[in-house]
Design a protein around this ligand. Structure first.
Ligand code: ADP
Ligand code: ZN
Ligand code: ZN
Length: 719
């Protein structure tokens, strides 16, 4: 047992721990110990009555500090001996992320570790580590055995590459990046990732690679391809996942494998950007445009942007891939930017783009859901045993109960939102706070029983479609199988995967769902995709809405006709039902011309000084009253103004503070919400002012007692 008497505690260590949100930004706490400890060392420290996990970031001899530190410094409780310290690069990554996203270091760092590192005792973790080390061979032994084998000098895949794939791989091998791989859906981007990874691992068998995908449900398919390619060369334990769908034990095991260097390839969602990877040599960000890379709560980081930073920090290559890059990345890959753009224009096998067919809904009977020509096209698919996908926007499709007499609607008592009707259990549910009630027998305001439905649900479309197809079913002599995929149908674990499997297996004729079905899936027998009502994305208060809609429809179009052999019989089609058929988004879509779209959109953004031509940060506040939330933000606004005009270091900073406004969803779970946007042509100036604002904001928070939560969202994705 170490003697923990203060006299022997001759070192003072700075330790990051998970501290309350918005505690001081430089929030390392001081503890004493008999020795200096390396940077990144994991330790257990006392925090009030609790024992918590901490990360050592500095050691100073007590003698060098003032003899009287003014308060009693407690000793560290224990040191994790069996585990390597976190690398200095990892610590730097966290430091950068915390600074950039205006969070505390401790919060950022501890949230980036697997939850069991915090919840298990030292002994439990040691046991795990030992058990795990016994099971796994070290990378050296794998590497040695692998390298004695002649076959390993051969390519790990016998697939011959397309000329474009070949060229792109050569560029990646010879360049430094960051790379933006702009490749059509089906152009073979995934194959490029795998081969690029292969060459990294062959060059340095101890290297580690991180592959990120936007959604958990994309991991199984990609992991299968990674395993098929790499398992026999690297061993099964060197391929691991990291996402929130894993059990805490699985996450800890995968984390240990990555941290101790045994895992060569980590496949994960945005959280995996913080994996401890001491020998990281490459990061792949698939579907880099996807909004899911931005964390929408807590530390609100962008995993894609951090990937760029992390790669530069450790000298790794970073490869962003998309058929519809974010305008930020596209702009960076213009000749004036910092990224190298790589093109893959051809679909593998020479498959053609889906043909885009616009249905002018102005010329359809009022309230048409599925237009006659679209229905005809769907029937033709069913007849040929091909599959169709009907895509709904998330918004505007929730069925709401309305009183046909007085207009009363099923407003949630706790949110500024309407409750949604769920047919299955005849309930009304708020999709924001979850509050559930029964459908009333009569209007609670005027007692009229004439209650009707407003809006379309995926459930309603599913029913409506079944009705429309009924006569055809008889003609066909077999049932037509319609599968609905939405948040409701996929609530239980694995149900989404099962539903998608059934679709893959051809057990379903028509898939009806929200955008979750448009992403990344490699469906083989789909020859028709239809956007039922995409118009809400055309006119939105959020300037990114057109970009998102365009990407969604391009991706959706990419789901049709992935199997080029299918095209001998049938040409893939993307149907758009719209009241604005002449809109420029749809014209660019018609020729699948992302570049034209990007050019137009960037020109508009430049005129309006919007990202990527400016940097933004959103300050949000929640409180019991809207007035209270706004007053707090107004005080911050005044403080920002004062800084900009009075503070010497802010002189010359061009930062514009917009008006304080209620958030789009003004009330959520009884909390009134307001926001204020800050904008600057210079990212670093915005950062500087945000940094300066931190302390005054903390002070203001103390005065505005009715504020329950507040947060800074740097580079917000949703306004
Ligand atoms: P993307 O990721 O760009 O949508 P994928 O990498 O998934 O495209 O490739 C589309 C399909 O083409 C996949 O089924 C893949 O196995 C196949 N493929 C990729 N590269 C080649 C190649 N060089 N030769 C033959 N088939 C290929
Ligand atoms: Zn009424
Ligand atoms: Zn609610």
């Amino acid at each position: 047992m170490p003697d923990n008497s203060p006299l022997d505690m001759s070192w003072i260590l700075s330790v990051w721990i998970q501290s309350p949100r918005h505690a001081n930004l430089s929030d390392a706490l001081s503890y004493s110990w008999k020795d200096a400890l390396p940077l990144g060392q994991l330790v257990r420290v006392p925090m009030g009555a609790r024992h918590v996990l901490g990360i050592v970031v500095n050691s100073t001899p007590r003698a060098e500090l003032d003899a009287d530190l003014g308060y009693k410094i407690k000793p560290i409780l224990s040191v994790f001996e069996g585990l390597d310290p976190l690398s200095s690069n990892w610590v730097s990554l966290v430091e950068f992320a915390a600074n950039y996203y205006q969070r505390s270091m401790g919060e950022m760092a501890l949230a980036a570790l697997p939850p069991q590192m915090r919840s298990l005792s030292d002994e439990q973790i040691h046991k795990k580590l030992q058990k795990w080390q016994r099971q796994r061979s070290t990378p050296q032994t794998i590497v040695q055995s692998a390298h004695t084998q002649e076959e390993n000098l051969q390519p790990w895949s016998s697939r011959s590459l397309s000329a474009e794939q070949q060229q792109v791989l050569e560029s990646i091998a010879s360049g430094t990046g960051p790379f933006l791989l702009f490749g059509q859906t089906g152009s073979g981007k995934t194959e490029v990732y795998l081969q690029a990874i292969e060459s990294v691992l062959k060059k340095n068998p101890l290297a580690q690679v991180l592959i990120m995908v936007p959604e958990i449900n994309l991991t199984p398919q990609l992991m299968a391809r990674v395993k098929e390619r790499f398992e026999k060369h690297l061993g099964e334990h060197s391929l691991v996942c990291q996402h929130s769908g894993m059990t805490p034990a699985q996450r800890l095991n995968a984390w240990l494998a990555a941290h101790q260097g045994q895992a060569s390839i980590v496949l994960g969602t945005r959280m995996s950007i913080f994996m401890s990877l001491p020998r990281l040599a490459m990061i792949v960000v698939d579907e880099e445009h996807d909004a899911s890379y931005k964390q929408q709560e807590g530390s609100r980081y962008s995993a894609r942007d951090l990937a760029i930073y992390r790669a530069r920090l450790v000298g790794a290559k970073v490869l962003l891939g998309s058929a519809t890059p974010s305008l930020e990345s596209w702009f960076q890959s213009e000749p004036s930017g910092k990224y190298q753009r790589l093109y893959m224009n051809q679909k593998i096998g020479g498959a053609a783009h889906a043909k885009v067919i616009r249905v002018d809904m102005n010329h359809q009977p009022r309230n048409t859901i599925v237009s006659a020509p679209l229905l005809q096209a769907i029937k033709a698919r069913v007849q040929r045993q091909e599959q169709s996908i009907l895509l709904l926007n998330r918004r505007g499709y929730a069925p709401i109960i309305q009183c046909n007499s007085c207009g009363w609607m099923t407003q949630c008592l706790h949110c500024s939102a309407y409750k949604v009707f769920h047919k299955l259990d005849k309930s009304l549910r708020c999709h924001h706070c979850g509050h559930t009630s029964r459908v009333p027998a009569a209007c609670p305001v005027c007692a009229d029983q004439d209650l009707g439905m407003l809006g379309l649900g995926t459930q309603k479309i599913e029913e409506h479609l079944a009705q429309l197809l009924k006569p055809f079913e008889e003609e066909l002599g077999r049932p037509i199988r319609v599968q609905r995929v939405d948040a409701d149908s996929t609530k239980t674990k694995d149900s989404l995967e099962l539903q998608l499997q059934a679709f893959h297996a051809g057990e379903v004729d028509i898939l009806v769902g929200t955008q979750m079905i448009a992403k990344g899936h490699d469906f083989r027998r789909v020859s028709l995709v239809a956007a039922i009502d995409p118009d809400s994305g055309l006119f939105s208060s959020d300037f990114r809405a057109p970009e998102r809609l365009f990407a969604l429809l391009m991706q959706a179009g990419g789901r049709a006709g992935r199997d080029w052999q299918l095209q001998e019989h049938s040409s893939p089609e993307l149907w758009i039902q719209t009241k604005h058929p002449k809109h420029k988004i749809f014209s660019a879509l018609k020729t699948f011309d992302y570049e034209q779209f990007a050019k137009d959109e960037l020109a508009e953004r430049a005129l309006a000084n919007m990202p990527p031509f400016s940097a933004q940060a959103l300050i949000r506040a929640e409180g019991k009253t809207q007035e209270g939330a706004q007053l707090f933000l107004l005080a911050i606004r005044a403080c920002a103004m004062e800084l900009l005009s009075q503070d010497e270091s802010c002189a010359g900073c061009e930062v514009f503070a917009y008006s304080v406004v209620p958030m789009a969803l003004r009330k959520l779970a009884n909390m009134e919400r307001a926001q204020m946007l800050l904008e600057s042509p210079s990212r670093s100036q915005l950062q500087h002012v945000l940094g300066k604002l931190q302390a005054p904001m903390q002070e203001l928070r103390k005065k505005h007692k009715d504020i329950v939560r507040w947060a800074v969202d740097v580079d917000p994705q949703q306004l």
